[in-house]
Design a protein around this ligand. Sequence first.
Ligand SMILES: Nc1ncnc2c1ncn2[C@@H]1O[C@H](COP(=O)(O)OP(=O)(O)O)[C@@H](O)[C@H]1O
Ligand SMILES: [Mg+2]
Length: 313
Amino acid sequence: MISGVIETRALTKRYGAQTAVDRLDLTVPPGSVFGFLGPNGSGKTTTIRMLMGLIEPTSGSAHLLGHRMPRATPTVLPHVGALIEGPALYGFLSGRDNLLRYDAADPTADPRTRRTRVAAALDRVGLSSAAAKKAKAYSLGMKQRLGLAAALLQPRRLLVLDEPTNGLDPQGMREIRTLVRELADDGTTVFLSSHLLDEIEQVCTHAAVMARGRLITQGTVAELAASTRGRLTVTTPDPADAARVLKDHGVSDLTVTADRVTGDPPPTDLTDLAELNAALVRAEVRVRGFGLERASLEDVFVELTGEGFDVAG
Ligand SMILES: Nc1ncnc2c1ncn2[C@@H]1O[C@H](COP(=O)(O)OP(=O)(O)O)[C@@H](O)[C@H]1O
Ligand SMILES: [Mg+2]
C-alpha cells in the first residue's frame, strides 16, 4: 500500500565499494513541506536522482505519486517539477529563451500560452528584470532561480528541489523560503534537500535526517525537536552554588560560566522543573533566569549520531 507522495523501501545505491544510499525507507506525506537534511556527502542528491528516475537503484524501490520509478518516469514526470544540482542551462541563451526552450520541450505545454507562462515563472522567482541577459552571465543564485522557474512552468503535484538555496545570499534564501511556503499553500507537496538545519526548521513541516547514506530519523519537525530535550539554563550571580544544587537534583553534564549554569535536565516533567527552581531559591541561589532552551534539529542530529553537523562525507 503506497500512501506517501514519495515512498522508498530499502532504497540502496552503491558505487563500487561505497554505499551512497543505504536501505532508505522514506515516506513523504501529501501536502507536506518535507526537508531532506544531511551534511554534504550524506546521499541526498543520489536519492533524488533515483527518485527522479535519472539513475537506477542498486536495490530496493522508489515510488513517486504511487508509481514505481524509474519504470513510470514518462507517466509521473509531467506532475513533478524538479531542480537538481547544477540545472542544465544554455549559457548562450537568455534566461527567458532558456525557459521558452524548456517549455517547448514539454509536449503537454500549449504553445499559444508559452510566453505568458514563461513570464509568470520568471516573475515568481524574481528574474523578470534579468530575463534578457544571457544565462552564462548569471550568478550561481540567478542560475538556481532560473532552474526553479523551469520547475514552476506548470502546476505540479510535487516539487523536488535539491539544495534550492545553494549559492543564494540571505535575501535570496528568504525569497525561496517564501516561495516554497506559497507553493505549499497551493497544495503542492514540496520535497527539498538542504545541509542547513535552520533552513529546514524555518520552512518544513516534516524532515528526514541523513548521515553517511543512512536515514537517522524522520517525522514532523515538531516531533523531531521534541524528541530531544533542550538544555536547562540558569542565569545567576551564584553559579557555583547553583551548579551544586542542580547536580544534587539530577542535572547532568553541567557547564558553569561567570553568570550561567547549563546542563541536561533529568528525565522528568515540567512540574519537577518548577521544583528544581524552588530548590535553587531555598538554597538562596539568586536566580535571574531559569528555562529550558528549545532543542533544535541540530541537537537531534548530534544526539543521534554523536557528531557535529559539519561533517563531510
Ligand atoms: N556518480 C558517482 N560515483 C561515485 N560516487 C558517487 C557518485 N555520486 C555520488 N557519489 C558519492 O556518494 C556519496 C553521496 O553523495 P551525494 O548523494 O552527492 O551526497 P549529498 O547530495 O548529500 O551531498 C558521496 O560520498 C559521493 O562522493
Ligand atoms: Mg547534493
